[in-house]
Design a binder for this molecule. Structure first.
Ligand code: COA
Length: 157
């Protein structure tokens, strides 16, 4: 679907995920989020049945980045549900490229807006989203199971 990175030194490939990717996706989830990970069945559902779009980034055939986007019937708003990059591959533009790819696909499909929630203490992700044009529209108190607050962000497509 898309190859290369911002400095051209890494051979990354971004593509839509398939059901064969489930183990690699679960593994990446576990590495990125030690506390809350998706149960296999939920991920299976997102990959196969739900109105969702799952993008992965591969380097040398290994999945090192993933992004899950939820879509709803007849509603032109998309929601980023999950975004992970393997710790060894961070700060190389992997998440940024996944987002750019998602924006292109969603724009082409006619989507008008994209939203997401980010932990109030997740400065890395907040910086990323800000650099991609998202703006904070509200604070969500007690959003996560550990009691942490979140920010709700939006971006026009
Ligand atoms: C947040 C995350 C997805 C970023 O992935 P990434 O591939 O490293 O991000 P990029 O390299 O595309 O970074 C783009 C910009 O985001 C910001 N950013 C990313 N990581 C950052 C960090 N650790 N500290 C500060 N800013 C950061 C920077 O502005 C960066 O641009 P720069 O490198 O030119 O300064 C990754 O750290 C991750 O998987 N974290 C754990 C899971 C998570 O928190 N997901 C988001 C849930 S809402």
């Amino acid at each position: 679907m898309r190859e290369g990175t911002r400095d051209g030194s890494l051979k990354q490939r971004i593509r839509l995920a398939t059901k064969e990717d489930i183990d690699a996706l679960l593994n990446l989830e576990k590495i990125c989020f030690k506390e809350e990970t998706f149960p296999r069945r939920q991920l299976q559902y997102l990959l196969l049945k739900a109105r969702s779009m799952v993008l992965v980034t591969e380097i040398d055939g290994n999945i090192i980045g993933s992004m899950i986007i939820l879509l709803r019937k007849n509603i032109l708003n998309a929601r980023i549900y999950s975004l992970n990059v393997h710790p060894e591959h961070r700060r190389k533009g992997i998440a940024g490229s996944l987002m750019d790819t998602a924006f292109d696909i969603l724009e082409e499909k006619g989507y008008k807006k994209i939203t997401l929630e980010v932990g109030i203490n997740n400065q890395a992700a907040q910086n990323l989203y800000k650099s991609k044009g998202f703006i904070v529209d509200k604070k969500l108190s007690d959003y996560y199971t550990n009691g942490d607050d979140a920010l709700h962000l939006t971006r026009k497509l």
